[in-house]
Structures are given as structure tokens and as C-alpha cells.
Design a protein around this ligand. Sequence first.
Ligand code: HEC
Ligand code: HEC
Ligand code: HEC
Ligand code: HEC
Ligand code: HEC
Ligand code: HEC
Length: 467
Amino acid sequence: MKVKENKILEISIMIVVFAAVFIFLSINSVTADQSEATYLGTDSCKGCHPTNYELWDETSHGIYFFDDSEWLYNDVLTDKYVRCGDSMLPCHTIGYNEIDKGGYDPAYAWDSNENAHLLGIGCENCHGPGSEHISGSDKKADINQIVDHYAGSCGGTDDAGCHGGTRQYGDEIVPGWEESAHANEAPEYAQRVDCMSCRSTEGFIADAEGDPLTEIPEEVTWTITCGACHDPHPEATNTNHYQLRLSEDEICEACHYSTSSLGSEDVHHPQVEMRAGNVGVDVEDTTYMVDVNCVECHHYNSPHGTNASEYKQGHSWVPQPEACVECHDGVIALPEYNITTALEDIEEQHENYANTYATVSPNIETMKTKKAYADDNKIWTKTGMNDTYYEALWNFGLATADGSNGTHNPDYAEALMLDANTKALEVIAAVDSTPIPEDDGTPGFEAVAFIVAIGIALILLRKRIKK
Ligand code: HEC
Ligand code: HEC
Ligand code: HEC
Ligand code: HEC
Ligand code: HEC
Ligand code: HEC
């Protein structure tokens, strides 16, 4: 009896195991698996994707390794290929050290037959190994489509860390980006269709391509990832540096402009307006280095070879005094700066801004309180200050919501705040000098006029009825 029961149990277990193995195998043979694929090299993609190939060939990913054989390293002319013999290989080859998948094998020389087809930053660095895709029938399933717009993918594999910072100084772009506000998902704005263009990667790309989204797509990233600003497959007509979707003059301005206007209570991110210096009310137009674009001040990379602990990476977009020094060397632009003097100048601008802000800000607050008081007591229209009030808010909002503490246009910020101050004091005085009408119980002019009008109407009506 006992033996028989055990036998049944054994058979049942075996059936379950067989079924599980069968289901596992059948699932895997239906959806061909990219994890079984091997690397074939970029030439193997050329035949079926000629346009992608030609455009890739023009990008830095396509030409970087092959354009010329010599370059400067720490001001010394060296042979690129010799140097590539070591540290550069993980990021300049396909499938580095993934030998089981037919990737680049460090045991051989870089130009050996085994490795030659795997040189460069090829299609498979981003899309993964391609053999299953090329031989298989389901072209969509067997290749990495990279729909996440790749803040992660740009870092490369852990082994390579191409833009990811595990490599030497110079490649710390992903950590720089992670520090920046662009990597922050702001929950209060996420999921809002009206914020999608500047808060989501997909919304921005659609705008840049001239085909704005009207609803939130299924795959959406509420941060500004690498793929928002950079296009891995730029159009032939796109001649921007660094595969940018818009030129360096335009790319930051596409998001950092004011979405408010005169008459709004709040002003949001008016960096473009502050740099242009021409939208204040009753304030003279003022520019400050007007031809210098956002990137020129906000992006500074230390030169190659800087000590890793002192290395600065531009993708945090924190402005660095070194960026000022690059132009202000006494030849391109005056005043002439070194890092200390540039920093001193910026700090002085901050201080001037802070002083003016400290004087004006309380008056703006008082003005708002007075407006609320005048509204409550129904005397706001009598003050005649409605336009002045919104002009003060606009000028003050431009100078302060810009976030640069005046440095984007110091004299303009000062003039805007001082004008806002004058206007705020006018509003305060006007509210203070407008008496609140006393409610003494006798009917006012409107009531009398109303009663008279009804009287006349009744008389006319009676006359009609009599006829
Ligand atoms: C034999 C022809 C052929 C070769 C060779 C080939 N592809 Fe494709 N590939 C296709 C076709 C066809 C599609 C379109 C699938 C579709 O849109 O239905 C495609 C689509 C793709 C896609 C987009 C997938 C998607 O879901 O939109 C990527 C990425 C891709 N290929 C990468 C590569 C890479 C990388 C290589 C080289 C390793 C390569 N292809 C080689 C035929 C090929
Ligand atoms: C730096 C990373 C990178 C490299 C290198 C790269 N791609 Fe792509 N590719 C992408 C990303 C990301 C997408 C997703 C769509 C987009 O954002 O443009 C994509 C989309 C595609 C698509 C589908 C959409 C389209 O544009 O047709 C194909 C096909 C494709 N790549 C083929 C290739 C081929 C072939 C090569 C090499 C010649 C290549 N890719 C090199 C990142 C890359
Ligand atoms: C907000 C837009 C924006 C985002 C997001 C962004 N970049 Fe850039 N990137 C730029 C601009 C603009 C430049 C050109 C800088 C210059 O001209 O000095 C640039 C330059 C580069 C360069 C070449 C110069 C350098 O700094 O070494 C690389 C490589 C690069 N970006 C990679 C990335 C990667 C990887 C990510 C994601 C982690 C990323 N970028 C995210 C705008 C962006
Ligand atoms: C796709 C829209 C978009 C583009 C393009 C863009 N930004 Fe931004 N930027 C944002 C958003 C949104 C924030 C605010 C993120 C947050 O705080 O939640 C931001 C924040 C910033 C901040 C930090 C502000 C703070 O409050 O901490 C700086 C500095 C900045 N951006 C500079 C730049 C520069 C320089 C460029 C051009 C290379 C650029 N941005 C391009 C959308 C964009
Ligand atoms: C891309 C080059 C470039 C960069 C970067 C740059 N400047 Fe300038 N700057 C100029 C030029 C050109 C002028 C003179 C022409 C002008 O005013 O437009 C100038 C003018 C100035 C002036 C005199 C302006 C006036 O109106 O009297 C000051 C002060 C100044 N820069 C400070 C700075 C500081 C501080 C930084 C860094 C935050 C900086 N600059 C970054 C190119 C640059
Ligand atoms: C002349 C150099 C210069 C130019 C040009 C410039 N900025 Fe700035 N920006 C600065 C400086 C300096 C700060 C102040 C940083 C601080 O307060 O510590 C700043 C601050 C900012 C801030 C606020 C940062 C924060 O942490 O809150 C944003 C956002 C910003 N800039 C975006 C832009 C955009 C967008 C443009 C182009 C329309 C631009 N900047 C052009 C130098 C510049």
C-alpha cells in the first residue's frame, strides 16, 4: 500500500516537472530571445538599414575611432590606436569582454581578425547583439528597441561605463546629469498634459520633431533624459554638434521661457526673458552679454587629464567661473577674469541682488495684503490701481523667478525690482487713502435709481392696460 502511494506521488511529480520544462522550452522558442544572440559587428546591419547606417557613420559614435590615427593627449601627439590598446577599449569596441557572445576579446590584438569587425561604437553597443534579429522572423522581438530613452543605456555596461563615471575623468556625464534638476521627477507636475513638453522626454521630443503630443503616451518618462536633448539617429539635415535635437542657441530656450504673462499672479522660469531684457513694464530694455548663450555659461568640462577629484562635469548645468574665464581671457572679452576674480564678480552681483530684494520684497508682500483688504471691502476698483498692481507683480516676478539671483542681467534685475517697489508703494498709498463707504442704512444712488425705474415701468404698463 505504502509503496504504491509513493509511486503515484513520484509519477505526479515527474509529470509536473516535464510539463514545466516543456512550457519553458516552448515559450522560449516562440519568443526568440536576444539573450541567446551573438555580436556580428556593424557591417552586418548595413544592408537592411542603409539610412541608419549612413547617418550613424556621420556621428561621433561612427567616426570617433577611425577619423584619424593621431591626436593630442595632454598636449602630446600620440597614436590613437596605440593608446587604444588599453583604457579606451571597453567603450570603443562592440561587446567588450563578452566573449561567450562573440564580443571583443581582449586576449587578441585590437586589429586581429578575431576583433577587427568589433571596433568602434556600433549599432550593437546600443541595440544589443544582433544575430537572432538578423536570422529570426520576429524582427521586433529580437532586438533592443531602447524605448526608455536611455539615461541608463548611455552609461554603457557596468564593465564599460561609457558616459557613466566608473571610467576615468572625462566620462562622468551620467552622474553629472543625475545631480541636475533634469533628473528630478517633480510629482506636482508629472501626469499633466500641459507640462508634458518640458517635463517629459517624450513630450519634448515630439515638440522638437514638430509633431506635439496631445495626450500622455503609455511609455512616458517624467524627467529630461539624455535622449531628450540628444538624438542617437539625427536626420541628415541636423548638423548640430553632439547630435543635439536643437542647436546650442535654442535647446535650453525651448523649455526655460516664461509661461506666464502680464496679469498673472505668478511668473514661472523666465530665463529667456531675463536674458533678452526687453519685457519689463516702464523699465528700459537692458542686455548683458546678449550674444552669450545658456550653454556657454552653464556647461563647463575640465580638460582631459584633470585630477579625478577636481574634475568638473558640465551636465549638472551648474554655472562655473571657469566658463567665464574661457571667454574672458582679455582677448575675446573684457573684463579679464581668472577663476577668483570671476567668482568675486558673481558674488558681488548676488550681494547687490540680495540687498535690493531685501528692501523690495516686504513691500510686494504688503501690497498683496492691501489688495486682499481692498477686495474684501469692495474698494479695489476705486483705487484705480489694478494695472499698477499687476505691473509690479510682473516686474518683480521676472527679476526673482528667473532664479539666477540677478546674474543673468544684473542691471535689468535691479531696475525691475526698483520699479516694482515704486509701484507697490503707490498701490499701498492708494488703498490706504481710499475710504471704505460707511453703511448708514439710507439707500444709495443705485437703489433710488432702481426704485424710480420700476415706478416708471409700472406707470407705462398701467397706461397700456387702460388702452
Ligand atoms: C535581414 C535584414 C536585417 C538586418 C541584417 C538587420 N535588420 Fe534590423 N530590422 C529589419 C527589419 C525588417 C526591421 C523592421 C521590423 C518592423 O518594423 O516590423 C528591423 C528593425 C530593427 C530595429 C527596430 C525594432 C523595432 O521594434 O522598431 C532595430 C533597433 C534594428 N532593426 C537594429 C538592427 C541592428 C542593430 C542590426 C545589426 C546587428 C540589424 N538591425 C540588422 C531587418 C534587418
Ligand atoms: C548611441 C546609441 C545608438 C546607436 C549607436 C545606434 N542606435 Fe539605433 N536607436 C537608438 C535609440 C535610442 C533608438 C530609439 C529611437 C530614437 O530615439 O531615435 C534607436 C532606434 C533605431 C531603429 C528604429 C527606429 C528608426 O530610427 O528607424 C533602428 C532601425 C535602429 N535604431 C538601427 C540602428 C542601426 C542599424 C545602427 C548602427 C548603424 C544603430 N541603430 C545605432 C540608439 C542607437
Ligand atoms: C538638457 C539637455 C541635455 C541633456 C539632458 C543631456 N545633454 Fe549631453 N549635451 C547637451 C549640450 C547642450 C551639449 C553641448 C555642450 C557644449 O557645447 O559644450 C552636450 C554635450 C554632450 C556630450 C559631448 C561633450 C561632453 O560634455 O563631453 C556628450 C558625450 C553628452 N552630451 C552625453 C550626454 C549623456 C550621456 C546624457 C544623459 C546622461 C546627456 N548628454 C544629457 C545637452 C544635454
Ligand atoms: C525639455 C525641457 C528642458 C530643456 C531642453 C532644458 N531644461 Fe533645464 N530644466 C527643465 C526643468 C523642467 C527643470 C526643473 C526641474 C525641477 O526642478 O523639477 C530644469 C531645471 C534646470 C536648472 C536648475 C534649476 C533649479 O531650480 O535647480 C538649470 C540650471 C537648467 N535647467 C539649465 C538648463 C540648461 C543650461 C539647458 C540647456 C542645455 C536646459 N536647462 C535645457 C527643463 C528643461
Ligand atoms: C561665450 C563667451 C563668454 C562667456 C562664457 C562669458 N562672457 Fe562675459 N562677455 C563676453 C563678451 C563677448 C562681452 C562683451 C560684449 C557684450 O557685453 O556683449 C562680455 C562682457 C562681460 C561683462 C561686461 C558687460 C557690460 O555690459 O558691461 C561682464 C561683467 C562679464 N562679461 C562677466 C561675465 C561673467 C561673470 C561670466 C561667467 C558667469 C561671463 N562673463 C561669461 C563673452 C563671454
Ligand atoms: C552670462 C552667463 C550665463 C548665461 C548666458 C546664462 N546663465 Fe543661467 N546662470 C548663470 C549664473 C552665474 C547663475 C547663478 C547661479 C547661482 O545663483 O549660484 C545662473 C542661474 C541659472 C538658473 C537657476 C539655477 C538654480 O540653481 O536655481 C537657471 C535655471 C538658469 N541659470 C538657466 C539659464 C538659461 C535657460 C539660460 C539661457 C536662456 C541661462 N541660464 C543663461 C549664468 C548664466
